[in-house]
Ligand binder design. Sequence first.
Ligand code: F6R
Length: 236
Amino acid sequence: MQFILTKDYNELSDRAADVFLDVLKAKPDATLGLATGTTPLGMYSRLIEKSKKQGVSFREARAINLDEYIGLSPEHPQSYAYFMKKQLFSHIDILPENTYIENGVATDEAEEAARYDDILTKFPRDIQLLGLGSNGHIAFNEPGTPFGSKTHVVTLAASTVRDNSRLFGADEKVPEKAFTMGIMQIMQAKKIIVLASGAAKAQAIAKAFCGGVTEEVPASVLQLHPDCTLFYDVKI
Ligand code: F6R
């Protein structure tokens, strides 16, 4: 694991965007594993700016997202499909048919998970972006998820529902279930970058990267990846 301590969130976003641009410059048809949440917002806006300035195209690239709430359609403003369109895809030249996310309103959950597994097998990720849950989750793989997991349905931990409720309106209920890419599939990416920002993530970082590798702290598995870099903006 490589740790990069940045002076602030701006530098973190900037440097993370550069890593993605370098992957695309070296391989224009790269498959990018993407994440939602608050932490990558800065990186996505830098990626939009910098790719325009530097003439880097996403036309041949693919994007595969980590997770999606069950019960939210892609048009729902809190769905991750909507988030990706709003924050990134509508600002770059990626082709909509080359963007993938689980279908939150699939009628058959097992069939949907199997469909996503097939996509992940067909398109190995050149790079995977991750955020870090305050309980150490990666994607929506909550503590206790087997490291060998593939795409599956999760019941979100109470702490995750609480953390994410800030993004929902007062009268909206945070979904309790989600589809998530599995830990095994995350680990299959050639390169992984983890973004974490702020003191609220310090404990999760210490547990995930300064202790042993255990399924009780899903992110700890990243210690075993040959090319994983954590960008963090607080000294611990
Ligand atoms: C999002 C995801 C989650 C978030 C994590 C951190 O696709 O998979 O694991 O990365 O919950 O979220 P933020 O960045 O909002 O703190």
